[in-house]
Write a protein that binds this ligand. Structure first.
Ligand SMILES: NC(=O)c1ccc[n+]([C@@H]2O[C@H](COP(=O)([O-])OP(=O)(O)OC[C@H]3O[C@@H](n4cnc5c(N)ncnc54)[C@H](O)[C@@H]3O)[C@@H](O)[C@H]2O)c1
Length: 399
C-alpha cells in the first residue's frame, strides 16, 4: 500500500498499536535517492520525495557549503533521521546504498555532472533544461543512449492539473479532432535570486527561452504531436535588472518575448512571455478541427479568493463540453508547481518499478531545447530560424 497522505495528515493515529494500523500505516521507503545541488528545486525534490513516501532522501552533494548546511538543518527539523552530506560528486554518485540521483545543479553544469552520474548506473532524474546548448544536449544523448537505468527529464509541467487535463483530452480522448494551433502564455514575476545568480546570464542558463521556457516548448511539442521546422521570435530585456550587476557583469537575458513555431504537420504555435507581471499566470489555448480548449493557472497574491485553475473544452455539436477547476488534494497541490513535481516523482518511482508512465524522455528534452535555442538565435539575428539548418550546425560543432 502506498502512503496515503490524506490519512497521515488528517487523523491522530499515534495511540494505535502497530498491529492495529492499516490505513494509517506509513509506507516504508523502498528506494534511496541522493540530491546533487541542494538549492531551490533541490529542496522541492526532497520534500516531494519524502511526501510520496516510496523513496527517501539519503543525502546531498552541493559545492556550496551554505546550501548544503542549510538543507541538512531544514531536513533534520522535518524528518527523523540524519541527512548525509557528501564531500564529492563521486561519493554521492557511487554510494552503493543509493538507488537514484536527482540532479538539480545549474544548467551549465548538467553535462559535467552527467559524465560522472552515468558511470554509477543509478536511476537519474535530470532537471530541465538538459543543457544550455544543442551540442551539450547531443553529448548527454550520447552518454545515455544505452543507459539501463531510468533516465527522466525534469519537464514536470505536463503533470500540473491544467496540462494533465488538456493532454488527456487532446492525446487520449482526441476530443479536439486534429490540432491546428496552440497558444501558450507565461506572465510572471522576474527571475528569482539563485546561488551565484546563474539565471541572469545566458552563458550559464542558455538564455530565458531555454532556461524557463523549455517547459512551454515541451508542452507545445507534445500537443502538436510533430517536430518543429521553423521558429521566429522577438524579445528584449525591457524592465528587469536594469541596474543589476554581478561580479561586474550586467544581465543579458530577455524578460519579454513572442515566439512563433511552425511544425512539420502544419500546426502553428505561439508563446508569449512577460516576466515583469505581479503574478504567476500561465495559459494555454488549443484549437482543433472539432473544438477548443482554454486553460489557465493563476496565483495573484491578492487576499480575495478565486479558483486559481480553470479548464474549459468547447466542442460544439461534436461531443460534450465542460468547464472545470482541475486540482490535486491540497497537500499535493501545495507541494510545489501545483503538484506537478509530486507526480513527476511518483512516476519516477513507478518507472523504476517497471510500471512505465508518460514522463519526459531524452528526445522530448532535446526538442524543448531546440525550440528555445532557435528562439534565442532568432531574437539575436532578427531572422527566421530553420530547425534543420540549426541542428546540422550543432552536429558539425560536435564532430
Ligand atoms: N523543473 C522545474 O520546474 C525547475 C524549477 C526551478 C529550477 N529548475 C532547474 O533546476 C536546476 C537548479 O535550479 P535552482 O533554482 O535550484 O538553482 P539554485 O541556484 O537555487 O540551486 C542550485 C544549487 O546547485 C549547487 N551547485 C552548483 N554547481 C554545482 C555542482 N557542480 N555540483 C554540485 N552542486 C552545485 C549550488 O551551490 C546551489 O546550491 C536548474 O537546472 C534549473 O533550471 C527546474
Amino acid at each position: 500500500m502506498t502512503n496515503n497522505n490524506y490519512f497521515q495528515q488528517n487523523f491522530y493515529s499515534e495511540y494505535l498499536k502497530p498491529e492495529d494500523k492499516y490505513v494509517f500505516l506509513k509506507a516504508q521507503p523502498e528506494f534511496k535517492f541522493n540530491v546533487i545541488g541542494a538549492g531551490m528545486i533541490g529542496m522541492e525534490h526532497i520534500r516531494v520525495t519524502m511526501l510520496e513516501g516510496r523513496a527517501a532522501i539519503n543525502g546531498v552533494y552541493d559545492l556550496d557549503q551554505s546550501s548544503a548546511e542549510w538543507t541538512k538543518e531544514a531536513f533534520e527539523k522535518e524528518y527523523d533521521y540524519e541527512l548525509h552530506l557528501y564531500n564529492s560528486l563521486e561519493e554521492a554518485c557511487f554510494d552503493p546504498s543509493v538507488d537514484g540521483l536527482i540532479i538539480c545543479t545549474p544548467n551549465y553544469t548538467h553535462l559535467e555532472v552527467m559524465k560522472t552520474a552515468v558511470q554509477s548506473g543509478k536511476h537519474i532524474l535530470l532537471e530541465k533544461p538538459m543543457a544550455t546548448t544543442i551540442p551539450d544536449v547531443l553529448a548527454i544523448q550520447d552518454l545515455v543512449k544505452d543507459y539501463e537505468g531510468v533516465f527522466q527529464i525534469g519537464l514536470q509541467y505536463r503533470h500540473k492539473p491544467i496540462y494533465d487535463e488538456a493532454l488527456h483530452e487532446v492525446l487520449h480522448k482526441k476530443s479536439l479532432g486534429e490540432v491546428k494551433n496552440i497558444s501558450l502564455m507565461e506572465h510572471r514575476v522576474p527571475f528569482l535570486d539563485k546561488v551565484d545568480q546563474w539565471n541572469k546570464f545566458s552563458k550559464f542558463s542558455g538564455g530565458t527561452l531555454v532556461e524557463k521556457c523549455c517547459h512551454y516548448f515541451d508542452l507545445m511539442n507534445v500537443v502538436a504531436g510533430s517536430k518543429p521546422v521553423s521558429v521566429y521570435a522577438s524579445g528584449s530585456l525591457a524592465v528587469n535588472y536594469q541596474d543589476f550587476e554581478y561580479e561586474g557583469e550586467s544581465s543579458d537575458v530577455v524578460d519579454q518575448a513572442f515566439v512563433t513555431v511552425e511544425y512539420e504537420n502544419g500546426v502553428k504555435g505561439n508563446f508569449n512571455l512577460c516576466m515583469f507581471a505581479p503574478m504567476f499566470y500561465e495559459e494555454m489555448t488549443v484549437c482543433g478541427s472539432k473544438g477548443r480548449i482554454k486553460t489557465y493557472e493563476n496565483d495573484d497574491f491578492l487576499p480575495s479568493s478565486r479558483a486559481n485553475t480553470h479548464f474549459e473544452i468547447l466542442t460544439g455539436e461534436n461531443g460534450t463540453s465542460k468547464i472545470s477547476t482541475p486540482m490535486y488534494p491540497a497537500i499535493i497541490q501545495n507541494s510545489g508547481h501545483h503538484g506537478g513535481t509530486y507526480y513527476e516523482h511518483k512516476y519516477f518511482v513507478d518507472n523504476i518499478k517497471g510500471d512505465y508512465k508518460d514522463t519526459a524522455t531524452l528526445e522530448e528534452g532535446l526538442w524543448s531545447i531546440v525550440v528555445g535555442v532557435a528562439a534565442e538565435e532568432s531574437i539575436k539575428n532578427k531572422a527566421v530560424i530553420n530547425i534543420e539548418e540549426l541542428l546540422n550546425q550543432s552536429k558539425q560543432a560536435v564532430e
